[in-house]
Ligand binder design. Structure first.
Ligand code: SAM
Ligand code: SF4
Length: 326
């Protein structure tokens, strides 16, 4: 699928649930949000059909996300089926890591290629404040288990927030000295006025880079594989890489190769546009894959050239990140 701006769309982020076992301040309100309900969420069979159609149309990498994908029953079996599609797409998973220790070996056996873990602090008290739940030790155990199971190189995603955890940028960066991990700093995106954390807490790209430069001269890293929107660096002598994802400060839209499918079965061509295309009714009304292919083509044709997040200060519309999959 090539969009009208010449971008080849070969990466699908697929959300399998809107439920989560954490309540991160920048993603969900404290009370959580009402789940869309069992019948509205695509079944694994439906998700597989979507993935099959997308793979036939040229999707080569599928990232499974949520909510937290590891809270959905039967997830390992589903991932195994995804990995067995005839086109053999690369299968990756984004998780908060709480249940990773439990699943790591099975995920590897199912054919998952890599895992991204979102972690915003290395301090127990802060973890509880940011996520409104306990569990830092479980996440750290999950990282070890994933590495031992061969799910690496692990990517660790950290969202620095002013006055909350931005003083840990250096601690996260130093993890790469001994570990072959990719540590990525993601600019906080202003998602919704319903959340406690927003634009005021955003640490801009240049501040993140300034913090990193205090640790030594950053070597610019040339990506060896697909690296998405991250700018990559390495600390002198480090085993792992550092990445900075300027979600707000600078547009990486011209390199965007993604489509998203929400857990309730909508294709979302751009994270920051409300535009969604309903796959679910077609999935449920027709056994023919042709109309589904048409909807994917329609999504590609309608992918916006870029977002104007910086100038408008707006977020992804009515939906929260945990509903879209980030
Ligand atoms: N629960 C999984 C996790 O946390 O990795 C997967 C879903 S979560 C919505 C996907 C990613 O979105 C996470 O890395 C999270 O940090 C990120 N995210 C959520 N809200 C965000 C925000 N307001 N700004 C930047 N990143 C955000
Ligand atoms: Fe859950 Fe991930 Fe959102 Fe945190 S960022 S509340 S772990 S979906």
């Amino acid at each position: 699928m090539i969009d009208p701006f010449g971008r080849s769309l070969n990466y699908l982020r697929m959300s399998v649930t809107d439920r989560c076992n954490l309540r991160c301040q920048y993603c969900m309100p404290e009370e959580g949000i009402a789940s869309v309900g069992h019948g509205s969420i695509l079944s694994y069979e439906e998700l597989l059909r979507v993935a099959r159609v997308a793979s036939r149309l040229g999707i080569r990498k599928i990232r499974v996300t949520g909510g937290d994908p590891l809270v959905r029953k039967g997830i390992v079996n589903f991932l195994g089926q995804l990995a067995s599609l005839p086109e053999k797409p690369e299968i990756t998973l984004t998780t908060n890591g709480l249940r990773l220790a439990e699943f790591a070996v099975d995920l590897k056996a199912a054919g998952v290629n890599r895992v991204n873990v979102s972690l915003d602090t290395l301090r127990t008290d802060r973890f509880e404040r940011i996520t409104r739940r306990a569990g830092l030790d479980q996440v750290l155990a999950g990282l070890e288990a994933a590495e031992s199971a061969g799910l690496g190189p692990l990517k660790l995603n950290m969202v620095p927030m002013a006055g909350i955890n931005s003083d840990e940028i250096a601690d996260f960066a130093r993890l790469t000295l001994d570990r072959p991990w990719d540590v990525r700093f993601i600019e906080l995106m202003p998602v919704s006025s319903r959340l406690e954390v927003g634009e005021k807490q955003r640490v801009p790209l240049k501040t993140i880079l300034a913090e990193l430069r205090k640790l030594g001269e950053l070597e610019t890293e040339l990506p060896t594989g697909p690296h998405g929107p991250a700018q990559l660096f390495r600390l002198p002598g480090a085993r792992g890489c550092l990445g900075v994802i300027p979600a707000v400060s600078s547009h990486f839209c011209n390199e965007c190769n993604r489509l998203r499918v929400t857990a309730d079965g909508r294709i979302r061509p751009c994270l920051f546009s409300d535009q969604e295309i309903d796959l679910r009714s077609v999935l449920r009304d027709s056994a023919d894959d042709q109309p589904l292919e048409e909807l994917f083509r329609q999504a590609a044709a309608g992918k916006p050239n870029g977002h104007n997040l910086k100038s408008c200060g707006c977020g992804p519309g009515d939906r929260l990140m945990q509903q879209i999959g980030g």
